[in-house]
Design a protein around this ligand. Structure first.
Ligand code: DSN
Length: 403
């Protein structure tokens, strides 16, 4: 980065400091990862100089031959990574974030005032799944546009209670049923969710932002055989740059869904796509198609399971009793420490996590009762089970009352 160093030494120095921080500390926030040098080169390329509003082959600006070829290739790879056929599935790789991808699905397939049913944010859902506070105060803008309802995990087992979800769905009769989110450590039964959606005539959207890479690598089950729509981000377990993708089933929703989704992304919600990020996503998808990525995905899960087991042995309340994925959620109420204090204490010893709400939350989002931990980034750094035992020791020692 010699040019940057010459032109803007201040920004250069701060980037260097951040690179050192990322090397010296352990990123254990489950939504973070470390992209390859190849991904970084694509994202830092001349592609950011080009405006390309529209879709491949149908742009509002001239000079997009190369951009068309790149975006088409990325779409093709996105389908390939998840074993999908372009006859059956439409994909849009332009959303700049997962939040925008979710908004685009709603804009394409719902009308204002339609009913939405999703998992409570406190139990691990996502803001853009219609979140509003229990007193009705809207938080996500989605809750101002749509009539939103929530299901909770079972208070005892802390896992999905499908019978309860079906019961709420029968009462609410939502136009869309949503699964997925940010802090649910267990696999979701996508077939059951679809069955519930079908029972009330709803569209079923699986938001797999967190587990996309695990699905790509075969370490988690795929929602594609069941969902009408799948959204995901690209920077988490998929190990790409920031960005998102929307997959819509043409088989279930008809061919016209492609145009509806594309129109919702542009011009309804976004302007020119971030071509450099799209190319970076393409590189990450190429990497996800290599055999090593399968090993990576399996290792992410093994590492999380070892860490969860060690924390459990040490008396921590691991929400749902463990994990099937890359993330662990601790309910710290039995330890007498808040999520915020735990995250701050761990930061002091170089372990970067985040405070999080837990099922049955009694605190506030800014000072909740839980701590969220994840293994995607440490696994990229080559950590295996034996390293996780060391990480577990450090976490346990840091969060034990004597400290
Ligand atoms: N902010 C993401 C996460 O950390 O899980 C979700 O949007």
């Amino acid at each position: 980065m010699s040019k940057l160093q010459q032109t803007d030494p201040e920004i250069y120095a701060l980037i260097q400091a951040e690179e050192k921080r990322q090397t010296d500390e352990l990123a254990m926030i489950p939504s973070e990862n470390i992209v390859s040098e190849a991904v970084k080169e694509a994202v830092g390329s001349v592609l950011m100089n080009k405006y390309s509003e529209g879709q491949p082959g149908k742009r509002y600006y001239q000079g997009n031959g190369n951009i068309d070829a790149i975006e088409s290739l990325v779409e093709q790879r996105a389908l390939q990574v998840f074993g999908l056929d372009s006859k059956d599935w439409h994909v849009n790789v332009q959303p700049v974030t997962g939040s925008i991808a979710n908004f685009a699905v709603y804009a394409a397939l719902l009308s204002p005032g339609d009913r939405m049913l999703a998992m409570s944010l406190y139990d691990g859902g996502h803001l853009t799944h219609g979140w509003k506070l229990p007193d009705g105060k809207p938080i996500s803008f989605t809750s101002k546009i749509y009539d939103t309802y929530f299901y909770n995990v079972d208070p005892q087992t802390e896992v999905f209670d499908y019978a309860q979800i079906a019961k709420i769905a029968a009462q609410v009769k939502p136009q869309i049923l949503i699964s997925g989110g940010t802090a649910y450590p267990r696999e979701i039964d996508y077939a059951k969710m679809r069955e519930i959606a079908d029972s009330v005539g709803a569209i079923y959207m699986a938001d797999v932002a967190h587990e996309a890479g695990l699905i790509a690598g075969g370490a988690n089950t795929s929602p594609f055989p069941h969902a009408h729509v799948v959204t995901m981000t690209t920077r988490k377990t998929l190990r790409g740059p920031i960005g998102a993708m929307i997959f819509a089933s043409k088989k279930l929703l008809g061919d016209s869904v492609a145009e509806k989704i594309d129109f919702a992304v542009f011009p309804a919600l976004q302007g020119g796509p971030q071509n450099h990020s799209i190319a970076g996503i393409g590189v990450a998808l190429h990497e996800a198609l290599q055999p090593e990525f399968k090993t990576y995905a399996q290792q992410v899960v093994k590492n999380a399971q070892v860490l969860a087991a060690e924390l459990k042995k040490a008396g921590f309340h691991v929400v749902s009793g463990g994990t099937d994925k890359h993330l662990i959620l601790l309910d710290l109420r039995n330890k007498g420490i808040s999520g915020k204090d735990a995250a701050l204490a761990l930061e002091k010893v170089g372990i970067i996590t985040n405070k999080n709400t837990v099922p049955g939350e009694t605190g506030k989002p800014w000072n909740p009762s839980g701590l969220r931990l994840g293994t995607p980034a440490v696994t990229t750094r080559g950590y295996t089970e034996k390293d996780m035992l060391e990480v577990a020791k450090k976490i346990i020692a840091t969060l034990s009352p004597s400290n």
